[in-house]
Each structure stands twice: as C-alpha cells, then as structure tokens.
Write a protein that binds this ligand. Sequence first.
Ligand SMILES: Cc1ncc(COP(=O)(O)O)c(C=O)c1O
Length: 405
Amino acid sequence: MSGIFADRTTINSENRLAEMFGGNLGKDGIKFSAGNPDPELFPVTQIKKAFNNAINEYGNQIFEYQTISGFKKLRNYLAQRTIHTEDIKATANNILITQGGQQALDLISKLFLNNGDGIVVEAPTYVGALSAFEQYNPCYYDVTLKEDGLDLEQLELLLQAHPDIKLLYTIPDFQNPTGVTLSLNKRKKLVKLAEEYDFFILEDTPYRDLRYKGSRLPSIKSFDHHGHVIFVSSFSKILMPGLRIGWITADKSIIDQLSKLKASSDLETSGILLTALNQYIEDNNLDTHIVEMLPIYQKRLVTMLEVLDEKMPADVHYTRPEGGFFIWLTLPDVIDTQKLLNETCIPKDRISFVPGKVFYAHKNRRNSIRLNFSGVNEKQIKIGISKLAKSIESVITANKVETLL
Ligand SMILES: Cc1ncc(COP(=O)(O)O)c(C=O)c1O
C-alpha cells in the first residue's frame, strides 16, 4: 500500500549507519563504520549504585511524572558546569534537558524551520542532523569545511544572496564526520555574521570534552551577547548513549518555546533516568571519568594516523583531528567509495567504513570515507587500515591503467 505513510524515513542515527555499512561483517570483521563510544569504558558499577541510591533517596516520587524541562538539580548542575567550563552565563532556566542531543536537533528544527526556510550546513555534516532537518523540508545551503572549519567567505556570499537563511548548523569541535575543529577567529567571526545577517547558530558539541591534543577553544556561544547561539550537548559520548540524555542551553525565551514543543512530543525525559544520572554526578566525579578515557581514545587515534601515514598512497588525503571519534579520507575524484566498500572491503577484506556521500545534504560527492577509531583496538586498526590502504591502492592503479588505455 503505497502513499499511506508520509515519506520521512532517512538514515537517522549512528546505529543505523553501522548496520547499513558493515552490519554483516561477522565476528572477525573490523568495523570502522561505527560512531559510538567504547562500551568497555561505561561506568556500569557506579551507574547501578546511582540507580539504587536515587530510589532509596527519592522513593516513589522518582516514578512519578516530573517537569518538562527536566530534574531541577541536574539543570542546576548543568548551568554551573556551563558557567565554569564554557564561560557562558546560565541558570537552570536556560537549560532544557532532552532525549539525547538528537531530540534537541529535532526540537530546534521544529521551532525554526518552516517549509522552504534556508538552513546552512557544513559539507559534510552529521547524518542525524540532516534527518532531523529534513522532516521540516528546508532549503539547504552547503558551506565547504576547510582545515580550520567553515569557509566563512563562502558563507558570507550565501548570506548576502539568501536573506531567507534562518539557521546555521555547526559541530565546531572534532566534527562528525571529519574530525575538523573550527578556529578561534572563525568562532568570533561567526557570531558577528549572525548578528549582522540576523540568523541563529545551532552549536552542536557532543565531542567537545574529548580532546586528546592541544588546548580547548572557547565555545561559539561564549562570544554571543545577543542570544544568537543555541548550544547543544549530550552525555552520550562522555558517559553512555543508552541514558539518552542531552541538553540545550539558550536564552530563556527560546527554552520556553522549545519546552512547549518537547511537551507535545514526549511530555518529559524520564525522571528515573535524570534522577539516577544526577545521583551518579553527586556520588562520582564526571570529569575524572572523562580524563580517564582520553588516553585510551588518544592511543587509537595516534595508531590510526601512524598506519595511514605509513600505508596510504600519496594521493589519499586525510584530516588529523585533535579529538573526537573520526578521521576523514579524501580519495582521488574518480573513486566511488561506496563501490569500493561493496565490492572489495566488505566481501574480501572484511572491513567496513562509511562512504562519505551520506554526510552531504546534496549527495553528489562520492570519493570520501569516514573512519571511526573509538570503537576499535590498536591491533584491529593496524590490520584493518593496512588492508584498506592496499585495496585503495589497487583501485587507484586500476583507474590509472584504464585512463592510459
Ligand atoms: C554531531 C552529533 N550530534 C548529535 C548526536 C546525537 O547524539 P545523542 O542523541 O546520542 O546525544 C550525535 C551522535 O552521534 C552526533 O555525532
């Protein structure tokens, strides 16, 4: 029966990506297509205790309906954390707790985007964000991502030509999928552009605390004095994604609007989970947990870069991230990485990656690859990347021979 369902199903999560690209690899396969934190690093024992302690402390009340914006103590904690780590003025009234960062992206799209409204996205960008925006039928404007983030000259030309642009979506720290970080100057300039051309910036920061090298840059929101920036973050990558807890920091007027939309969607985020998370934070030191994970991910990143440096053909270029979960490879134009994956990497090498084209609003670029390093160990990285390099080299050579003939 066609025509019954509205056409709103897209590739909308990291799980779906891993399933689509490499779900059939089997036990010995090496998956560079995932986008998740390593489950071995989840503080399961402490979380178990936190659930027990929270139930003992709050009794039946924990199982009741709570408030739309989320458990007040947790919002107070997030406001304090925002002040201290981000240098952003905030109280609990500036915070809305959401079901992961993903719900934040959906609610913000719902609030801002009418049919055909302009939204600027990085090219490439996070698939889940594209799937959230797509529900509201926007008009996409792509801006190229350079080594130091968005190409602001290109952006300004777009802003001059399209006054309908309402929103700009950026992942300034260790971007998904490229690992690129937006430079300090560009962060400041972006806020100036938002003020001049009157649009909102959606600053999405789930990887922000996962820096393995260099120093932390101020958030874009820390330069925002007129309410043009909406800051989104999540506990998924720094703690565990199964909690499904994220949050939005914005001016109270925006938070109030978003809270109404959230109520229509799910009434509230589970009070049981929020109270238990708050208990975990009171009983443990979240920052210590984050700091303990950093050297583990750092070692995986360094190993992947070393093997890429050693094995990849010279005409393959890749990013050198200072944090996050991903490295982005650009192959010669003629190579279709989806074909490489389907014909060689999955069936012969038993390795997977995500072909870059899924990360573009306009899906016409086919020669890039996203590699994940957070979910694989060093041995897997050495074996898997060596195989990938060999297969890429064969395709490049075959193409060269073909053009000579
Ligand atoms: C850039 C980015 N934003 C948002 C999300 C959504 O994460 P969650 O809903 O688990 O917080 C992800 C998940 O991979 C992501 O990479």
